[in-house]
Design a binder for this molecule. Structure first.
Ligand code: HAM
Length: 417
């Protein structure tokens, strides 16, 4: 195939059985969310560009990873790189701040970032996310973290370790920022190129650098700069999570790559993936909705979870219990009738298919062996006597039953399989 017809770099075709696993993952995530009282919101996959500029002009996803375009009407649009700003826009635009608070929402869908493609870093990835609006309390932070952990556990990853930090508020963070700039200015000559520019544009991100790790070891720790409220918020949150049996470790270098966070930030990464590849990440962002013309005070907290990364972390362990599949095979001359019987079975709620290639019975049975658990064989003298053959492929036992018994026979097999 010519290069121009191939899928764009950093994207994937999700084919069976991966697509079935993705679908199963979606169900697990949304079921968990529902148990916690978070209901689905769906926003467009593109927004007017200024919505995403609110994520922070110095963040990577806004600065150079944005898929933006001007449509034929001259409107500047951006494919959503993340869900938080889009949900904040929806919360404000739909006046959801007038509803009883807190408002609990979740979302599931594709996100687009023009990142350098590498393992588990795609230009289109799928995120499950949850956002809680209207509570300033650490209990709210705890609840969203517990939801994320519940999903992680439900798919089979036991005992997730939550890395957490507080990046302070508008009172204490500026003091920390100054101390950080002072420290890094003294070491400026040793900094990598990215950190040279971070020092000017976004000093907190200096701590995120995977190259200058030795330098950050001696950098001032934000914990020493937390104001009383930030300190007590963080400590209460740790206590709450510990009381629910969750393991929390403080990561003083965790600052996250998005600018809207206040106080709590958290991530979990799976040991097999290294700290570069978080399974989910999030935090509190009390100011974002206000910057989108929302009310003055709109506290919020949430997380986003990478579904491709989750699937990769659970690997082969993640099995899907598939529905019992029925193959309606036929003797010559019964092509049409096998299609009609398959349709009858589907209407009764079974998963059924029939041959569409005019194959011999032998070839049909070979095909059935690859894709079904049960074969129903129709035709010949049996059919004239009102009978059909049924075969349970697991034990290879074939029997003849009356046609009107088929439904009951299949239901019994389904219940016992
Ligand atoms: P984020 O850390 O940028 O946060 O993304 C959330 C998760 O999406 C990551 O932990 C990762 O699992 C997955 N992810 C991100 N980029 C990629 C990629 N290029 N390829 C594969 N997976 C990826 C956010 O997006 C925030 N909106 C989270 C949030 C919600 N904060 C508060 N509420």
């Amino acid at each position: 195939m010519r290069a121009e017809f191939q899928k764009p770099r950093g994207t994937q075709d999700v084919l069976p059985p991966m697509s079935q696993k993705m679908e199963h993952m979606r169900r697990i995530a949304l079921d968990c969310a529902q148990r916690f009282g978070y209901f689905l919101v769906e926003t467009p996959v593109f927004e007017q560009t200024p919505v995403f500029l609110r994520v922070g002009e110095s963040t990577d996803i806004v600065q150079h990873e944005r898929y933006s375009f001007t449509d034929s009407g001259g409107v500047n649009l951006t494919l959503r790189p993340e869900g938080t700003a889009a949900v904040a826009r929806a919360y404000v635009e739909n006046g959801m701040y007038n509803q009883p608070q807190p408002v609990r929402m979740c979302y599931y869908g594709p996100m687009f970032r023009r990142e350098r493609p590498q393992a588990l870093r795609y230009r289109q990835h799928t995120q499950f996310g949850a956002e809680l609006y209207g509570s300033v309390l650490p209990e709210a932070d705890a609840e969203v973290i517990l939801l994320a952990c519940a999903v992680v556990e439900e798919v089979g990853l036991a005992d997730p370790v939550i890395r957490m930090n507080s990046i302070g508020c508008s009172i204490c963070r500026p003091r920390y920022r100054e101390a950080l700039i002072r420290y890094y200015n003294q070491r400026q000559g040793e900094l990598c190129q990215d950190c040279q520019s971070r020092l000017k544009s976004n000093p907190l991100r200096l701590l995120d650098c995977k190259i200058d790790v030795d330098i950050r070891e001696n950098a001032p720790d934000i914990e020493e700069f937390w104001c009383e409220d930030c300190s007590s918020h963080y400590k209460q949150l740790v206590d709450l999570l510990s009381s629910t049996g969750r393991t929390v470790v403080r990561d003083p270098f965790l600052v996250r790559g998005l600018d809207y966070y206040t106080r709590t930030v958290f991530e979990i990464s799976h040991p097999s993936m290294g700290s570069q590849a978080a399974l989910f990440g999030g935090g509190r962002y009390d100011g974002l909705a206000t910057t989108l013309d929302g009310p003055e005070s709109t506290p919020a907290v949430g997380f986003g979870m990478g579904i491709e990364r989750m699937l990769s972390a659970v690997e082969e362990k993640f099995t899907i219990s598939s529905q019992m599949r029925i193959y309606v095979a036929h003797l010559p001359g019964f092509e049409g009738r096998s299609l009609v019987l398959a349709e009858q079975l589907r209407r009764e709620g079974f998963a059924a298919e029939s041959d569409l290639l005019g194959r011999s019975l032998k070839a049909q049975l070979r095909d059935a062996g690859r894709r079904s658990q049960v074969v129903v064989i129709i035709g010949g003298q049996e059919w004239d006597k009102g009978e059909i053959s049924v075969k349970w492929l697991q034990d290879g036992v074939q029997t003849t039953i009356k046609r009107e018994q088929l439904g009951d026979w299949l239901r019994e097999k389904r219940e016992n399989s």
